[in-house]
Ligand binder design. Sequence first.
Ligand SMILES: [Zn+2]
Length: 334
Amino acid sequence: MYRYLYYFCALKKSRKISLMKNPLAIGIDIGGTNTDIGLVNPDGKVLKHKILKTAEYDDHHPYILDIAGSIRAMLSESGVSEVAGVGIGAPNAHFDTGCIGADTANLRMKKEIPICEMLQRILNIPVTLSNDADAAALGEHIYGGAKLMQHFVTITLGTGVGSGIFVDGRLIHGHGCMAGELGHAIVNPLSDRLCSCGRKGCLEMYASARGICQTYREEAANGEFPDTFKGSELTCKDVGEMAVAGDPLALKTYDTTAYWLAIGMANAASFCSPEAFFLMGGPTRAGEALLAPLRHYFAENLLYIYKDRISIQLSELQANDAAVLGAAALVHLK
Ligand SMILES: [Zn+2]
């Protein structure tokens, strides 16, 4: 109860977020392989999941009908008659138009998808769409560790590096809804690592799963530490597990990863003065192997006026449900 009272008081200052009367919400995480639909309660618990195989659809009309059908079935099975709305996190999402853009990588449906308008028409409840990084930031604010914060940045480490910026109690969208591309901030202009964006030395080339694997291979080639990985295909999960087990080469890899991530975060701090950074995604499972050097390099590179004012934390959202929770939190964005 007090929590909602707090939301009301704190969020009253922001024109962008409001608490719905009915705090049950539907969160939908659209990925290239699966579409995860969840019914979320106000404590951030996913009460029920339904999964659709996104990859099986090449036309968005049956896809949206199936999403609507899954939501109806989910509500009826749970005995729920009303929800505050539907929030959707998706790649190439346009918050302003409510559409998933045409020719989205990893989606077989290649036409523009006016998903908000179509779902809203079928279900007759409000539908909000945003990109995964914005959803993650909002999820942290509504359900995670940033509940009491008005200024913070979330960074998702995974296939790529995504970020969501929350400042002055508002999620920052930017012109064309393209704010928060921290993964494509160039942290090492002398790097020869070529990013998918066509430039070299982006943060993503060091802090993504792919970047971490590349660092491991390069460090192994240096020969300073023994390469204890004998498998044929190295994954970021392997490197993380080895780092946790104390493998020197994997620890050196995470030290390098932390160094470049700290440079990106120190620069981001100068732009938006956050109270905290929240990290999420697979590579964060290495825990202190990442966090200890990250805090060290961050302090070393941070502008002195921010000294001891910014914390670095792991996301408090349950890893498996983080994307659905983030999407459900979009319902509170108006
Ligand atoms: Zn890039």
